[in-house]
Design a protein around this ligand. Structure first.
Ligand code: HEM
Length: 413
């Protein structure tokens, strides 16, 4: 395979279960031009330098385009207005400074460690309830039985979404997650579905935001909706809406993948599962190593705002750039024996949560959720073993994770 076709092979679902040999090939050239004109960056040093480079923009989404409906009022007036609103109020993961920094700092103020820590009992209760529901079974599917439902419940709790409305969020989270996959952006049917789900959740969230402004409660959405200094809104309603949707989308499938990838890796390394069962204090270091070794987010895309020279290669202005975090996480010039799962490695500066300006705001929450889930699973699943290895994967190459993870058990404790 030629070097300029390697990323197309990464996108090919046939390589989803083990993309790492392709990443090793890509790392031979830290910045590799692909046939479609994009540049894939795959070494630790090159990604590190670009994450702090202001010439690399996150504003790389194509313009929103709602499909024609045949209704002239919608096609000529309403949808063009909605498209314009969506274009100017993108979630801050797709924005550059200064807008990015302003919105992010408002979110960070609400996403306090105290608020995240306060979710611990609720997460533990939910994990226990999900495992209790598997009682009497000889096999569980980790994804549908635990990893998938848990993060939505937690985000709803964080935002202040009433429990009764949670099932609708499960469905929206699934559809909106595809929005961050670059291949989905160019597929008309998928784009239509994403826009449809976005319009539905936007209508729901609009009502909820109005309610939080009228009757604030102790949750993140109420905090963001509260008036700022001088009684002015801290965020416009549209920015608040796109921020709430971002938190749901960015915090869902990623956390699903972390819990699932962690359990898959532990079942492939049963001695580590046993050590965790005996000593739950090992959970944080296990999770950090999973974030390096089998990260939930394999890459993110950017656009070059100017000509950039990195690792001896020149990226021209306007070119799409792919930061291949998962390849950098196994870069032998940064990590010793990078293909070995070793929770005891001391040096673990991974890109599991990205880096630089856009470093994940939900990292502390994701770590706590995964920690509680893994400790409970290690203690409560009796004699767990993989029923199928490798498991089937969902199509996404960026948010990469198993579609299901069937685990044989001798009951639950
Ligand atoms: C294991 C779980 C998670 C992983 C692996 C993960 C990974 C990432 C990565 C790699 C980025 C960087 C994106 C970029 O550079 O373009 C990011 C950003 C972000 N994440 Fe997470 N994430 C996780 C969980 C969460 C959770 C639970 C939330 C919120 C509830 C969240 C909210 C965000 C937001 C809002 C951003 C954008 C930050 C910005 O643009 O400044 N994430 N995440």
């Amino acid at each position: 395979m030629s070097d300029d076709a390697l990323f197309a092979a990464v996108m090919d679902p046939a390589n989803r279960a083990d993309p790492y040999p392709l990443y090793a090939r890509l790392r031979e050239r830290p910045v590799s031009r692909q046939r479609d004109g994009s540049y894939v960056v795959s070494t630790h040093a090159a990604i590190r330098s670009l994450l702090f480079d202001p010439r690399l923009s996150s504003e790389d989404l194509p313009p929103p385009r709602r499909p024609r409906t045949g209704n002239p009022l919608k096609d000529l007036i309403l949808n063009p207005i909605k498209n314009r609103i969506s274009a100017t109020h993108r979630p801050f993961i797709f924005r550059d400074p200064p807008d990015h920094d302003r919105l992010r700092s408002l979110v960070m103020r609400e996403f306090s460690i105290a608020r995240v820590q306060a979710l611990r009992p609720r997460i533990a209760q939910e994990v226990d309830a999900l495992i209790d529901a598997c009682r009497g079974r000889g096999e569980v599917c980790l994804v549908s039985d635990l990893s998938y439902p848990l993060p939505v419940t937690v985000i709803c709790e964080l935002l202040g979404v009433p429990r009764a409305d949670e099932p609708r969020f499960q469905a929206w989270a699934t559809q909106l997650a595809t929005a961050v996959e670059p291949d989905a952006r160019h597929d008309d049917a998928t784009r239509r579905q994403i826009v449809g789900a976005f319009d539905e959740i936007a209508a729901y969230m609009g009502d909820l935001i109005r309610e939080k402004r009228r009757r604030p409660t102790d949750d993140m959405l109420s905090g963001l909706a509260a008036p700022g200094p001088g009684g002015r809104k801290q965020m416009s309603d549209f920015d608040l809406l796109s921020t709430a949707v971002l938190l749901l989308v960015a915090g869902h499938e990623t956390t699903v993948n972390l819990i699932t990838n962690a359990m898959l890796t532990l079942l492939r390394h049963p001695e580590e599962l046993e050590r965790l069962r005996a000593d739950p204090e090992r959970a944080p270091r296990l999770i950090e190593e999973v974030l390096r070794y089998e990260p939930p987010v394999h890459f993110r895309t950017r656009k070059a705002l100017g000509t950039i020279t990195v690792a001896g290669e020149t990226i021209p202005k306007g070119a799409p750039v792919i930061l291949l975090f998962a390849a950098a996480n196994r870069d032998p010039s940064r990590f010793q024996a990078p293909d070995r799962f070793d929770p005891d490695r001391g040096d673990i500066e991974h890109f599991g949560f990205g880096g630089g300006l856009h470093y994940c705001v939900g990292a502390p929450l994701a770590r706590i959720e995964a920690e509680i889930a893994l400790v409970a699973l290690s203690r409560r699943l009796v004699a767990p073993r993989l029923a199928v290895d490798p498991p089937p994967y969902r199509p996404g190459a960026s948010l990469r994770g198993p579609e299901e993870l069937r685990i044989g058990i001798d009951g639950t404790a």
